[in-house]
Design a protein around this ligand. Structure first.
Ligand code: NMX
Ligand code: MLT
Length: 437
């Protein structure tokens, strides 16, 4: 397998680099932590490392050093397509280099060869109540697949620590190969006829997702590729990446770890915000019987804030400017669906809501994140069942968190176990600090 050989080739230099850094500079202080940060969700505490992506507060995400426009420009694209192969993105995340077309197609071929899903996974999903949340079905299906884990089996057989990354890569390819089908099955079972069309061998991973959820138009296939790429990674501290990393740090396999990550993606302050954002836009459409005026929207936003609600899709724990993942989707909508009324509302919200949030003076970032717009595009192309959107986010996010999990194994990252204190201890520290000030 080309991907495995390319990963093997990268590894020795990385192992040497990390060992040198830790051996020579292990005592160097990187950050301090305040009582406010301990009680405040550890915001901006620098305690994690990844080389796969980095979020600059003003600029947004870079994947392996490349901005979103650069990624979309540089990755190989299928013939007549505006958006790249998602397999190429996975290669970039894993290997750190922009793939050739052959390397991107190699990942796509690996996924095709591993896409078949055992029947028991479908049976588990079928046995759940029909009104189950799609994220529960998605996470459960992934957990059921743990039965197939190569890592769990090899660990029992006693492989060495240096080899751990190999079955982790194997499991990650096996799992990511199946995700578009699992997601599309959930979509079909919950919202459509239930007659599931499996993947086609002549389509790439992103195009197959579009095909299986029932829209193979050129525009939607490109949007599906864009969506899956944009949602893949957002450095290591976001809740789904961190939860996946924490679970995997116990040497549990990627099935257990991704399921844990997805369970945290399912909260409204994280991935579920995408369904909430569309719900909020549709609510505005209903309330005003179309697109409101600026003034109506301004008052509406204030009403929501005054009733204690957050405005979904706005604000961010790290970003302090509009999210470039928002911008990429906004530009796609401007080009392809400027007349869509829900998009026009999303556009108006983008003009009005940051001003309202600034006036309220609470949110540190009044700008939109990617969830503010992602559902609007899906809704336009017929994926209207917004409870499903977080599953789509999860299909993309699996790429980033699994790439990180493979690298964590390869670099021998240990069990994650930070220290906690009691409130009395913190009060004591605070008192001593006051006394010595
Ligand atoms: N609407 C209303 N209030 C907000 C918003 C918002 N969009 N964003 C932040 N605030 C409030 C926040 O609730 C907090 O209030 P309080 O002091 O009463 O607890 C205050 O502003 C300060 O919060 P920040 O420090 O700016 O934000 P934090 O880092 O704590 O949280 C989010 C970040 C993303 C959770 C927050 O901005 C939010 O709840 N946004 C809406 C939900 C959302 O879009 N989530 C998706 C994030 C991206 N993703 O995909 O995961
Ligand atoms: C993400 O993509 O995970 C979100 O933007 C949340 C985050 O980075 O904290």
């Amino acid at each position: 397998m080309g991907l495995k050989a390319d990963f093997s080739a990268e590894l020795p230099a990385w192992r040497e680099r990390v060992a040198k850094l830790v051996n020579e500079s292990g005592e160097v202080i990187v950050d301090q932590v305040s009582i406010g940060q301990i009680y405040g969700g550890m915001r901006n505490v620098k305690g994690l490392v990844t080389d796969i992506s980095y979020v600059d507060p003003s600029e947004g995400i870079r994947f392996r050093g490349y901005t979103i426009p650069e990624v979309l420009e540089l990755l190989p694209k299928p013939p007549d397509s505006k958006m790249p192969y998602v397999g190429g993105l996975y290669y970039l995340l894993l290997i750190g280099k922009v793939p050739t077309e052959e390397q991107a197609l190699d990942v796509e071929a690996e996924w095709k060869a591993r896409a078949e899903i055992p029947d028991f996974v479908f049976n588990v999903m079928k046995s759940m109540p029909r009104d189950s949340h799609p994220m529960m079905l998605f996470s459960t299906a992934i957990l059921a697949l743990q039965h197939e884990s190569v890592f769990a089996q090899k660990y029992q057989e006693g492989i060495t620590r240096d080899e751990y990354w190999q079955p982790m890569l194997e499991d990650s390819l096996n799992l990511t190969a199946k995700l578009p089908s699992i997601a599309a099955y959930i979509y079909s079972m919950k919202y459509k006829s239930g007659e599931f069309t499996g993947p086609r061998n002549d389509l790439d991973w992103g195009a197959n997702f579009a095909y299986m959820v029932g829209n193979s138009s050129k525009e939607y296939v490109d949007l599906a590729r864009l969506y899956l790429i944009l949602h893949s990674d957002h450095e290591s501290g976001n809740a789904s990446a961190h939860a996946t990393h924490l679970a995997a740090s116990t040497l549990s396999d990627i099935y257990f770890a991704l399921s844990a990550g997805l369970n945290s993606l399912a909260g409204p302050l994280h991935g579920l915000a995408n369904q909430e954002a569309l719900r909020w836009l549709l609510g505005i459409h209903l309330e005003f019987n179309g697109v409101p005026t600026k003034e109506q929207l301004y008052n509406y936003a204030w009403e929501k804030l005054n009733s204690g609600q957050v405005i979904p899709g706005y604000g961010h724990a790290v970003l302090r400017k509009p999210d470039p993942r928002f911008t990429a989707q906004f530009d796609y909508a401007l080009e392809n669906l400027p007349e869509d009324e829900i998009f026009q509302i999303a556009r108006l919200v983008f003009e009005v809501v940051p001003k309202v949030l600034v006036e309220q003076g609470k949110a540190k970032n009044p700008a939109p994140n990617m969830d503010a717009i992602s559902g609007t595009l899906q809704h336009h192309y017929g994926i209207k069942e917004f409870e499903f959107y977080t599953v789509m986010f999860g299909v993309g996010r699996a790429l980033g968190v699994s790439a990180n999990a493979i690298w964590s194994r390869a670099l021998g990252q240990p069990l994650e176990r930070p220290k906690s204190l009691t409130t009395a201890m913190l009060e004591d520290i605070a008192q001593k600090a006051k006394a010595s000030a």
